[in-house]
Design a binder for this molecule. Structure first.
Ligand code: DQA
Length: 139
């Protein structure tokens, strides 16, 4: 089982960025925990603040990985290109948001990713990534 977590803009600042919304843990620390917890899953992590790099990574992994876990962050609400990339690839994409986007500003309620995603997980903090990994494992 080969999965990749792709995080979008400003998620490199997790741990420092608005901790009341996103928590105090860095993604690197959480990712190490995930690797330990799911040690029989080949788990990769990619983060970029650049829309085209995120599209490139979806294309690169989207035909031979078993799953993509995508938190496109602010691009979720703006990027037709990322939405199209999700639809263009064969690998199923699970959309994750750390915060409960439904209870936040109305511009966060729309997602270009959701229509092409296998499923969406939001509002559970970093645990959403754990749940997304589990969604790819056998029952
Ligand atoms: C986010 C929610 C987005 O609205 C926001 O722009 C982010 C993070 C989340 O994980 O809760 O950067 O995707």
């Amino acid at each position: 089982m080969k999965l990749i977590i792709i995080n979008g803009p400003n998620l490199n600042l997790l741990g420092k960025r608005e901790p009341e919304v996103y928590g105090n843990t860095t993604f690197e620390a959480y990712f190490s925990e995930l690797q330990f917890r799911f040690n029989d899953v080949q788990l990769e992590y990619f983060q970029s603040n650049i829309e085209g790099e995120i599209i490139g990574k979806i294309q690169e992994t989207g035909f031979d990985y078993d799953g993509i876990i995508l938190n496109a962050a602010a691009y979720t609400h703006t990027s037709v290109g990322i939405g199209d990339a999700v639809r263009a690839v064969e690998t199923p994409v699970v959309e994750v948001h750390i915060s409960n986007v439904a209870e936040r500003e109305s511009f966060r309620h729309a997602s270009y990713v959701s229509p092409g995603a296998k499923g969406v997980i939001f509002g559970f903090g970093l645990k959403g990534y754990d749940l997304a990994i589990r969604s790819f494992l056998p029952d």
